[in-house]
Design a protein around this ligand. Sequence first.
Ligand SMILES: [Zn+2]
Ligand SMILES: [Zn+2]
Length: 239
Amino acid sequence: MAEYLASIFGTEKDKVNCSFYFKIGACRHGDRCSRLHNKPIFSQTVVLLNIYRNPQNCSQSADGLRCAVSDVEMQEHYDEFFEEVFTEMEEKYGEVEEMNVCDNLGDHLVGNVYVKFRREEDAEKAVIDLNNRWFNGQPIYAELSPVTDFREACCRQYEMGECTRGGFCNFMHLKPISRELRRELYGRRRKKHRSRSRSRERRSRERRSRSRDRGRGGGGGGRERDRGRSRDRVRSGRF
Ligand SMILES: [Zn+2]
Ligand SMILES: [Zn+2]
């Protein structure tokens, strides 16, 4: 029996635990759901709820005016947002394995940002700190999320461009970033490991201050730090 229960845990057959919360980390019934939402005590993943605002969605504004944001502008705006959050998470809390943003329109998924850290400790630290912070003039709501396998949480039809449920689909519609940004954010890491020996000189000078951070995987050289600094100025109004 125990084996059977384990095999159906978090699936649709499970009458106790909510399969949507288990797989997607969010369910449209929220706190009123008749099944359990087992909030994890440890997880690599942090969700920042409803934090991304797609400028193209403002067409639903009170006066009913369509907003004139082109696809190109929307993508630029999105890439900027993504890079800002990704960089901030790595600088403040630790190495990010992957980050995903929902383009769904349902209240429980709209603008959700899922940050999967390499280490659970960093995720824990991030949740505590983020709940005391603001973004774009709004308080941030962050919590640990049970989602670690985004393949399971994603809507496959959306990826094929054929989801008929549109923005109100209950599976994640993950908004893609531009190829250039993907290369910059995720490719950088591979480069960082390769160039480790070259930057050893500089790193030894910094060892004293960095030893605290060991294991966070933040072996970035001076260039990256400078970039971060210049971005701080731009960012100051948002985070
Ligand atoms: Zn539920
Ligand atoms: Zn879908």
